[in-house]
Write a protein of this length. Structure first.
Lengths: 483, 475
């Protein structure tokens, strides 16, 4: 039953083939059996069972939604009322929010069941889920490999069938990269499509929540619930939300796919490149035309990102000061001591590194050279996407340079770690939507294909992904031991 | 050497919106600590600011009133520093793109009009309060004030002495209250001032090194603090020292300024645009709408009062000090149809005194325009004398009755009946032969004695003109 997609599970619930209580119990048992993955930080069995009972009533009285009774899990970056929200940090290890994130409210209204909160890199800073205060998450395809990050717990949980779907957040690739490394489907929506209210900020101008699911159809269902204007988030955009499932079956005949040459140069594992080439062949068979394009400013994405994101995070994380909530050092002697020790002891190494980088980049005398320069580059990159998407319908490329790397392999080499996001970061800087879908395996490890579309073209991306998944089976493979 | 003082003021006006600038929490003063701070004000993880459009409207109104350039595009920025009463570790303010650009305000000092430049005015959020007493060596934090909207109005260094600074501050205080964008309550911190002060040898073009005096919360203290600082700076220079750029605090108890922090210790605020908020876009249509709603401003009102009502400068100054008082005057004038001078005298005199005594603003006066008009009508038509009117005024103040009702009930109608007055006068002349003798032998002052006696006997109700006339005849 756990191998069914969300869409299939929803049909089963509607048909009363099984109840939400049964389904929820099944997933809770699986979470319990597979604790070695360390995918969850908090499991909420009592809450889940209570929600399942209510969902079964809704299913019985005909007020059910597609998500009613479906067991899902939230990345631990979304605030959940009266349930711990740690953001993967010691700083918030004791923090229980007095309110729900808008996204959490939306899932609750839809009648989804929350199984718990998923592990993640501390404050979403990391590409391997190794910076979590609660320990590394293991990749279900190889327990010695990383699941990617920062939404590593989400990717591992969906891949191992420990939740029917999960939420993730993506600032520089944090949905797409783990989705690729764990062989699932991940969608980073257009910036402003999903409310950021109650989603703990890393880099506000780049952060965007989105679905992590088994396939594109599930992503369409979940995005339908997550998306929409929120008056509590000034950066959310008041654009109507289309019916994402309605367009899934459109033909791809005449689709123009652009392949930026910058995505296929040095640094890309040749086996990954070969796997992607077969995916492009598949798209040709579906009627698409492949066009070589160039996006000259993509190479500037990583340096620009590592100025802008740390700059914003250096301010966003100032509120964690030991004064009102979260970690506070023992017996502070004065105010400075309270600040320096609470933050020194409460934050991990990567978080501190980025706060320091950001503080430096914003300092008097450096602001123009770093922050303003990076903003200019950001505009150039956005222009590259606009230009490219004026001539093609979708841009495709790799999500990651290689398949999942080993736990411990890059954690002491931040530059190598940063480079693993080389294909995803530019998308956040431009704010366009992008997906990662399973496209094959290299040495038994999943490979992701990235689809990048124009602003608010999530429906088109889902259609392009869904059509591929109708003729391929990569998204249906199950990691050994989690069948 | 002769020294010249240069002063620029930064004035923080608390905008009188119902809710905070970035959250829905109330802004009312004096609530129990931390009862008016919501998740956004507390800076909880994941919360986001949403701009209160009313604060934007108020800033634009102000900009229009000082004939400033209203920025079509303004940006909120984060000002980063750590302090326990600053929940997010940054204050949302405006830096490079303030909402109000260059404008001006005209002040009058010793009969001279002087134009003071306003460099800019920007929107920002207030911080909370740190309470150092009553916590046994610890500090309490009250975040009720956190997120209260402020308009920081920055002047050009155009003032040359403390008197000008006070005149500018008063003028601004009057203006923001006129515009209805700030209650101007200085005790509650709704209108606070930082003064930048420097001195230079007279005739020198460059400015001297300035010191910033923080948080001065009364007109009196601004004058004292500036004068004090000027003396201090001159003394430093004349004894061979150098003024250092620093922030100083004025101690009103000791009447001195003392150093808070030097330039070197100052924070690097690392301003950058707040990614949680969109730029504020103000179009011509919005400006036109605000312009149409702009009330008559103090200077224009003063000129009109002079032209229309021919009142003396002092009365005009008092009446136009607030929009509410000016409106009150005009309503009374219109309703009663009495001479402007009579209306003005009663409002600036008895009514103002009664309001002061009770500590009330005109808006909460126990005598409204209608009831005061009722009183003035009876003075005007001779029903009561000015003296009796004061008695009626007292009763008006204490009750909710009309002047006519009070006059009738108390039997205060002025007696103009010559017969009654003659009878009393004759009686008094008969009873006071000595005084009559003195008067008739040329002691004119005795006349007042007889007037007094008559009024006393008639309980003040006699028509004074009649009394005078008849007394002269009979004596």
């Amino acid at each position: 039953m756990h191998n069914k997609t969300l869409a299939e599970l929803s049909l089963g619930l509607q048909a009363k083939t099984y109840s939400s209580v049964e389904l929820t119990q099944l997933f809770l048992d699986r979470i319990n059996q597979h604790q070695q993955l360390n995918a969850y930080i908090t499991v909420t069995p009592e809450l889940a069972m209570a929600q399942a009972k209510v969902a079964d009533q809704r299913l019985a009285n005909g007020t059910a939604d597609l998500l009613t009774g479906i067991p899902i899990a939230q990345k631990d970056i979304f605030c959940t009322q009266d349930v711990m929200t740690t953001c993967g940090s010691k700083m918030l290890a004791n923090f229980s929010a007095p309110y729900n994130a808008t996204v959490v409210d939306k899932f609750n209204q839809a009648g989804a069941i929350m199984l718990g909160k998923l592990n993640m890199d501390e404050f979403a800073m990391g590409s391997s889920n190794e910076t979590s205060y609660f320990g590394a998450v293991r990749n279900p395809w190889n327990l010695n490999s990383v699941p990617g990050g920062s939404s590593g717990g989400s990717a591992a949980a969906v891949s191992a069938r420990l939740a029917a779907c999960a939420t993730g957040t993506d600032t520089g690739g944090s949905i797409r990269q783990p989705a690729a490394l764990c062989g699932i489907t991940g969608l980073k929506p257009t910036y402003g499509r999903v409310s950021r209210y109650g989603m703990i900020a890393y880099a506000s101008s780049l952060d965007q929540g989105g679905p992590m699911t088994r396939n594109a159809e599930d992503a369409a269902i979940v995005l339908q619930t997550m998306a929409g204007f929120d008056e509590k988030d000034s950066t959310s955009v008041d654009v109507p939300v289309p019916d994402y499932r309605a367009g899934l079956n459109k033909s791809l005949a005449g689709l123009k796919i652009g392949l930026p040459k910058e995505f296929f140069g040095e640094g890309l594992d040749e086996n990954v490149a070969a796997t992607l080439a077969t995916a492009f062949d598949e798209y040709r068979r579906l009627g698409a035309e492949i066009i070589d394009i160039t996006m000259p400013n993509l190479k500037l994405a990583i340096p620009a990102y590592y100025v802008i994101a740390p700059a914003e995070c250096s301010a966003n994380l100032s509120r964690f000061d030991g004064v009102r909530y979260g970690y506070r050092c023992e017996n502070p002697v004065d105010l400075t001591d309270l600040y320096t020790r609470s933050r020194g002891e409460g934050f991990g190494k990567e978080v501190k590194r980025r706060i320091l980088m950001g503080t430096y980049a914003l300092s008097t005398g450096y602001y123009d050279a770093y922050y303003l320069k990076a903003q200019k580059i950001r505009r150039l990159i956005s222009e590259d996407f606009k230009t490219a998407l004026a001539s093609v319908d979708v841009i495709m490329g790799p999500v990651t340079p290689s398949t999942a790397f080993g736990i411990g392999e890059k954690i002491d080499d931040p530059i190598a770690m940063y480079l693993s996001d080389i294909y995803t970061i530019a998308i956040n800087l431009a704010g366009v939507p992008a997906m990662s879908i399973p496209a094959g395996f290299v040495a038994g490890m999943p490979v992701g294909l990235q689809l990048i579309g124009d602003y608010f073209s999530e429906d088109r991306l889902l259609n392009i992904a869904h059509q591929y998944q109708q003729v391929t089976d990569w998204h249906n493979f199950i990691p050994t031991g989690f069948e | 050497m002769e020294w010249e003082t240069v002063i620029g003021l930064e004035i923080h006006t608390q905008l009188s919106t119902c809710s905070k600038i970035f959250s829905g929490a109330a802004t009312a003063y004096g609530a129990e600590p931390n009862t008016q701070a919501c998740a956004v004000d507390l800076g909880l993880p994941g919360v986001l600011p949403v701009l209160n459009q009313e604060a934007v409207r108020m800033a634009v109104i102000f900009g229009m009133a000082i004939e400033a350039n209203i920025a079509p595009y303004s940006v909120f920025a984060r000002k980063n520093y750590f302090y326990p009463d600053l929940p997010k570790g940054y204050q949302i303010s405006q830096m490079d793109h303030p909402i109000v650009g260059i404008g001006h305000l005209d002040i009058e000092v010793d009969g001279e009009i002087k134009r003071i430049g306003v460099t800019r005015a920007h929107l920002e959020e207030d911080a909370g309060k740190s309470l150092h007493e009553d916590f046994h060596g610890l500090t309490g934090i009250d975040l009720n004030r956190a997120g209260t909207p402020l308009l920081e109005i920055v002047s050009e260094p155009d003032m040359r002495n403390a008197k000008e600074a006070v005149a500018y501050m008063r003028k601004l205080h009057e203006l923001v209250r006129y515009l209805g964008i700030c209650d101007g309550n200085m005790q509650e911190g709704s209108f606070r001032c930082d003064a930048n002060v420097s001195v230079r040898p007279k005739g020198q073009a460059e400015f001297g090194t300035r010191a910033e005096i923080k948080n001065i919360n009364s007109f009196k203290f601004v004058e004292k603090a500036i004068n004090h600082e000027v003396e201090r700076q001159i003394a430093v220079i004349e004894s061979g020292g150098k003024v250092v750029q620093e922030t100083r605090l004025y101690d009103s108890v000791k009447d001195e300024t003392r150093s808070m922090r030097s330039k070197e210790e100052a924070n690097d605020y690392r301003y950058f645009p707040d990614p949680d908020l969109l730029p504020v876009i103000i179009d011509e249509a919005f400006k036109a709408k605000i312009k149409a709603e702009l009330p008559e401003l103090p200077d224009a009102k003063k000129l009109r009062f002079k032209a229309d009502y021919h009142l003396d400068e002092e009365s005009i100054a008092i009446l136009t000090a607030s929009r509410a008082l000016a409106d009150y005057f005009e309503a009374v004038h219109k309703k009663s149809g009495c001479e402007a001078k009579l209306c003005a005298n009663w409002i600036t005199g008895d009514l103002s005194a009664a309001l002061n005594k009770a500590g009330l603003e005109i808006g909460s006066s126990s005598i409204n325009e209608e009831r005061l008009s009722g009183l003035l009508l009876r003075i005007n038509d001779g029903t009561i004398s000015g003296k009796i009117a004061k008695q009626v005024f007292e009763l008006l103040w204490q009750s909710a009755e009309s002047a006519d009702h009070i006059i009738a009930e108390q039997g205060l109608t002025q007696i103009s009946d010559t017969g009654a007055i003659v009878a009393i006068i004759d009686k008094i002349i008969a009873e006071n032969p000595n005084q009559v003798e003195q008067y008739r032998s040329g002691k004119d002052k005795m006349f007042a004695f007889f007037v007094g006696q008559v009024m006393k006997a008639m309980q003040g109700k006699a028509n004074p003109a009649e009394v005078n006339k008849i007394l002269k005849e009979r004596l």
